[in-house]
Each structure stands twice: as C-alpha cells, then as structure tokens.
Design a protein around this ligand. Structure first.
Ligand code: PEP
Length: 257
C-alpha cells in the first residue's frame, strides 16, 4: 500500500442480510471497530441490499463506517422497473456505489457501455463509484488479462476526464477468484494493479493515477489479506463472503492499518 492513498476495506454483502440482520450486524461492526486497541485508519465501507440501506445508515451514525449501494441506474427517473437512480441513493444518505460487479455482468447483461452510463450517473450525483473490472479464467489462460482490463477501462470510463474521476475507486476482481476460494497470488494481483495504474497514468494523467485507490477482490480472507495488502499498488480490498461475519471482516480491516 502507498502512504498517500488511504486504504479502503469494503464489504459487498450481495443478496444477504435483510433489515433485521443488517441492524444487528452493523452494530456489532461499530462496536468491534471501537474496541480495537489502535484506531482503524482504513476507510470502511459496507454494501447491504437496497432495502437495508436506511437501517445500515442509522446504525453507522457517529461511526467511521460508510454505506454503499450495490448498483444504480443511469437515468435519474423513468420507466425502468426494478431499478434505482443515483439521486435516490444520494437522497437516502448513501455515499458509495459498487458498479460493474462481475455478477451483474454475468447474470444481468451488464456491459461496459451500461457500466459507463451508471458511472456517469453516480459521479454526477456525487456518489463514490467502486468500479469493478476483471478477467474470466479462460481469458487469463489465453494471456488476455491486460487486453480485457484495457477494454473495460477504456469503455467503462469513456467520456470521463481526470477531474470527473477524482473520487473513483477501482476494484480489480479476477472473476475466477470471486467466491471460489481461489485467490490471486500477490504477484498476479500486483501485476494487474500496476497495469491498471499504468493505464490511468497514460490515459488520465499521473495525478489521478497516483491518488486512485485500487482494491483487490476475490476470495480475500483473514489468512491471505496481509500478503495482498503488502503489494505496492493494492490499496485495499473488496470482500464478499468474508465480509458477512464480524470475526472475519474486522481482522481484515485491522490488517489494512
Ligand atoms: C465480491 O463479490 O466482490 C467478492 C470479492 O467476493 P468473494 O470475496 O466472496 O470472493
């Protein structure tokens, strides 16, 4: 990790935990963070389901934990059944939003173009986007990882200049490592992160590349998080399964400093 970039430890709860469970769990996290011997320096973000956002926001009140949504639409309002706009998330008090997660791409037809629209809407509403990119196992085996990342970055960030992207967080999530128990090696994670930072530098300038937080996601757990976080271009983690239990998530947050 780099001293100029505040680490981010974000929990993606996916379709887990309703209102009741969220309230209790967030209170447990708040209490757990307070109980740490040294103050936690990482930015801690949790992403509950839409229906539990308000409860989570109430429960984190007065604590450093921030609340994210797991998606938002590109329009402000309209005939888009089942969708929610960035302005609506902002209105409820949410500060961050996960966009382009591989499960959205895989199961819900999300493309680089739709992710780009959602990103633009999120930034316009002053939400901090956690923009997810990553290659499939076949693409890695075929030596196409960088080509895939380049396409996702080029198309996902199209039309957004460095000023617009000032708050951007990128999550590198190799799809083959998500929820599989198979974690990228520190060398694989560092190589992908260095590539992403290099792309940002080449295409949006050194200043943005130097300040953008790059998170690793894919079966990060208490026993592998330290070596991932030790990579110079890894600035935190996006954590799925291991974020659902305080006994796993809290030590990972602590590991980030
Ligand atoms: C994720 O869903 O973003 C993720 C990284 O999941 P897991 O940690 O369970 O692999």
């Amino acid at each position: 990790m780099h001293p100029a970039r505040k680490p981010v430890m974000a929990g993606n709860w996916k379709m887990h935990k309703g209102i009741h469970e969220t309230g209790g769990f967030v209170r447990e996290l708040v209490h757990g963070l307070k109980a740490h011997q040294s103050p936690v320096t990482a930015e801690v973000v949790i992403a509950p389901v839409f229906t539990a956002l308000a409860v989570a926001l109430q429960a984190v009140w007065g604590s450093p934990i921030k609340v994210a949504a797991q998606n938002c639409h590109w329009e402000e309002a309209g005939a888009f059944t089942g969708e929610i706009s960035a302005a609506m998330l902002k209105e409820v008090g949410v500060g961050h939003v996960i966009l382009g997660h591989s499960e959205r791409r895989q199961y819900f037809g999300e493309t680089d173009a739709t992710v780009n629209g959602r990103l633009k809407a999120a930034l316009a509403a002053h939400l901090v986007p956690i923009f997810c990119i990553g290659e499939l196992i076949d693409q890695r085996r075929a030596g196409e990882t960088e080509r895939v990342l380049e396409r996702q970055l080029t198309d996902g960030l199209a039309g957004l200049d460095a000023a617009a992207l000032a708050t951007l967080i990128v999550a590198y999530e190799p799809v083959w490592a998500i929820g599989t128990g198979e974690v990228a090696t520190p060398e694989q994670a560092q190589a992908a992160h260095a590539f992403i930072r290099g792309w940002l530098e080449k295409n949006r300038g050194a200043a943005l590349a130097g300040t953008t937080r790059l998170l690793y996601g894919g079966s990060a757990k208490p026993d592998n998080v330290a070596e991932i976080l030790a990579c110079p271009d890894v600035d935190g983690c996006l954590i799925g399964g291991a974020s659902l239990k305080a006994e796993n998530f809290l030590p990972m947050v602590e590991a980030a400093g």
